[in-house]
Design a protein around this ligand. Structure first.
Ligand SMILES: Cc1cc2nc3c(=O)[nH]c(=O)nc-3n(C[C@H](O)[C@H](O)[C@H](O)COP(=O)(O)O)c2cc1C
Length: 373
């Protein structure tokens, strides 16, 4: 009966989203829509009543989805990926939407204006987004001050990247910038993400170079002693580069990998549109296969010694389940929610419960890596 109610509710909210809201959103500039949604989310999270009403429309929970990973209790495996809530404005409403965890940022040492506009485009046919924000955010000082007084209903990840300006391109300046940001957040949140894969920053992605990554992690090890640390990696790396990153990570305080960030490549067979912007990284369905392949590769290579968070092109429960069976313990998304609507989170979670039952499993953790057994 309970499941029937949630299925009907989600069908209705999905129809509303697709027939009304999405039609309006998709004729407005994507960054304007993003900013407005954040404002609405901030308002809905601001008081008990609006949080409870939001819950009625979107919330879903099930005991089979609960996991304890690296000492953190996750109510379900579906999280909000870094980049949607850049300035940590909607952390109060995300639990009511039904998310199992949330990541804020990327946050950088100094505040960042980001790249010049326009810097966000939709790929409607490919079901992806081209993102060229260039790490716009209010910076580590302001955001840590804002968050340190708060408590959170679901696990919170702090995603840190290098400030996007010319001054941080030189190796030592770049590392100091990461250090500055991490120091501000030692007592805030449940886990850290080191974003070494932003496709839109000055100086490229220097820390995919193993020697530089080694130096960066050596310096960060001393700061991030208390909480789990994830490295967020690019889908564009070669197996050789991935092997090196895994090798270096074993020597340091790295607990897992987020697979993956946006792709920079334009020769991806899933890009349907012609003449797309040369600037920016691409999300959504364009990267889902790359992400799944990388999850499988790292899972098989590291034999569960690292926790994997799968990210890229999750639009359905089946998409999330493929990532979990490939080796991801947790899954993150942004683009699926933009194309399908905010009810997607509970639709995915409800679908996962059904898929577990079909496979005769009692908990989501039993499905992790199942494709390789
Ligand atoms: C609008 C937007 C902004 C993003 N900004 C960031 C960011 O600041 N830091 C980061 O680590 N990833 C960022 N990402 C990448 C996402 O976290 C994620 O890795 C990628 O979008 C793949 O997931 P998806 O297909 O579910 O969107 C951004 C993605 C989008 C769509």
């Amino acid at each position: 009966m309970k499941n029937f109610f949630f299925a009907i509710r989600n069908k209705i909210t999905k129809s509303f989203y697709k027939l009304i809201f999405k039609k309006i959103f998709f004729i407005i500039d994507p960054e304007v829509v993003h900013d407005r949604i954040i404002k609405v989310g901030q308002f809905l999270g601001s008081n008990f009543l609006t949080r409870e009403i939001t819950k009625l429309f979107f919330y879903y929970s099930h005991k089979n989805l609960k996991q304890n990973i690296l000492g953190i209790d996750f109510p379900n495996p579906i999280g909000l990926a870094g980049g949607f809530d850049k300035n940590a404005q909607i952390t109060d409403i995300l639990p009511s939407i039904g998310f199992g965890f949330m990541e804020v940022g990327s946050i950088t040492g100094a505040p960042c204006e980001g790249n010049s506009k326009p810097r966000l485009w939709r790929l409607k046919k490919s079901r992806g987004l081209i993102v060229y924000y260039g790490l716009k955010n209010e910076g580590s000082e302001k955001l840590s001050n804002k968050l340190q007084k708060k408590s959170f209903k679901i696990p919170l990840g702090i995603n840190i990247a290098k400030t996007n300006n010319k001054e941080t391109v030189e190796l030592e300046a770049g590392i100091s910038d990461y250090q500055k940001a991490f120091k501000k957040f030692t007592e805030i949140g449940d886990y850290f993400t080191i974003n070494i894969s932003c496709p839109n920053a000055f100086g490229g992605q220097p820390f995919t170079n193993p020697a530089y990554l080694d130096v960066l992690l050596t310096r960060i090890d001393k700061i991030l002693t208390k909480k789990p640390v994830f490295l967020k990696i690019s889908p564009d790396l070669t197996e050789r580069e991935i092997d090196k990153i895994i090798e270096i990570s074993k020597k340091h305080h790295v607990n897992g990998f987020i697979c993956t960030n946006l792709t920079k490549r334009r020769d991806n067979k899933n890009i349907v549109e012609n003449n797309i912007s040369e600037k920016g990284g691409i999300s959504g369905k364009v990267i889902s296969e790359l992400s799944n392949n990388l999850i499988s590769y790292i899972y098989k290579k590291t034999k569960r010694n690292f926790v994997i968070i799968g990210c890229g092109g999750v639009f359905t429960a089946e998409d999330a389940y493929i990532k979990i069976k490939a080796g991801a313990s947790l899954v993150q998304l942004i683009t699926g929610m933009i194309f399908e609507g905010p009810q997607l989170i509970s639709t995915i979670n409800q679908g996962l419960v059904k898929l577990l039952k079909k496979d005769g499993l009692n908990n989501i953790s039993e499905a992790v890596g199942l494709s390789h057994k």
